[in-house]
Write a protein that binds this ligand. Structure first.
Ligand code: NAP
Length: 288
């Protein structure tokens, strides 16, 4: 049976590795802050001292890290994954990163004789816990095929999108849309409440019509109460808006709405909300 490694045990990585263990796989884990390995060790995971040691103990290693800088450090660092990858072994980057970063990791892994797949995910904390993520894979198709059982343990759907970079770009497309939707939702709620409409009633009416969607349904009620527990941290959404804009720059495509929404996320980060859920932009919008 394939031995899996998992580096990066934050909100998403912890839930994903938990589901691998629950499906009966042998899993070796590593996290920069080692206390985040405890719950997984209790489920039977081996705890490694470094990304290098994780990759060396595994046939296929997943990464679920904050941003491109973290992905590069964990891969290329002196105790990084690259030092532990053996010929034929796989490295799967599930972090949301840009295509260029993913390509540089891919090239390095292949140079070591390893196989690389990017597989960012659609879905947040709850889908990660429920094993209901959607994997957007691109890169080595043989690795994609061989990893199907692990994708099934962590997700409800997995797709192969072709060359490295296409999964990363698809993920940015999703998040720039979600980020823009959230900004418009917040402005609508703020305008409605300032007009004297009841917040709960606004949500009920939105949910009955063409604007209805699962994100508004789940996040709307806590937002009205001023509650923003992090499912998807605001700092990560701003990172993704920035990466989508950079992709637009690369391709010469103007992205007016995304650029405006990005400024709102930047303002909320500066106001100290970066570790709250991305719906916390509601606070800065209400204060206008
Ligand atoms: P998170 O809770 O903030 O976890 C981030 C992880 O990255 C932690 O394990 C953290 O380690 C690690 N890390 C950060 N910088 C590092 C470095 N320089 N070296 C080593 N490790 C480092 O984030 P998350 O919500 O799980 O998200 C992880 C990735 O998935 C991000 O790319 C995010 O955009 C994406 N994503 C998130 C969601 C979501 O809803 N949360 C959904 C889809 C995709 P420490 O514990 O030591 O800080």
């Amino acid at each position: 049976m394939t031995r899996y490694g998992f580096v990066g045990l934050g909100i998403m990585g912890n839930a994903m590795a938990t589901n691998l263990l629950k499906a009966g796989f042998q899993v070796t884990v590593w996290n920069r802050n080692p206390s985040r390995c405890d719950s997984l060790a209790a489920l039977g995971a081996q705890v490694a001292e470094s990304p290098r040691e994780t990759a060396a103990a595994s046939d296929v290693t997943f990464a679920m890290l904050s941003d491109p800088a973290a992905s590069l450090e964990v891969c290329f660092g002196s105790e990084g994954v690259l030092r532990g990858i053996r010929p034929g072994c796989g490295y799967i980057e599930s972090s949301t990163i840009d295509a260029a970063t993913s390509r540089s990791i891919s090239e390095a892994v292949k140079k070591q004789g390893g196989r690389y797949l990017e597989a960012p995910v659609s879905g947040s904390k709850k889908p990660a816990e429920d094993g209901a993520l959607i994997f957007l894979a691109a890169g080595d198709e043989s690795l994609y095929q061989e990893t199907a059982a692990a994708f099934d343990a962590m997700g409800k759907k997995h797709l192969f999108l072709g060359e490295v970079g296409q999964g990363a770009r698809m993920k940015l497309v999703i998040n720039m849309i979600l980020g823009g939707m959230m900004a418009t939702f917040c402005e609508g709620l703020a305008l409605g409440e300032k007009s004297g409409l009841d917040g709960g009633l606004i949500l009920e009416i939105l949910d009955a019509g063409a604007a209805a969607n699962p994100m508004f349904r789940v996040k709307g009620a806590p937002m009205l109460k001023g509650e923003f527990p992090a499912s998807f941290p605001l700092k990560h959404m701003q990172k993704d808006m920035h990466l989508a804009l950079a992709c637009g720059d690369e391709l010469g495509l103007p992205l007016h709405c995304t650029a405006t929404a990005n400024e709102i996320y930047k303002q909320a980060r500066a106001a100290g909300s970066e570790d709250e859920d991305f719906s916390a932009i509601f606070q800065v919008i209400k204060q206008r």
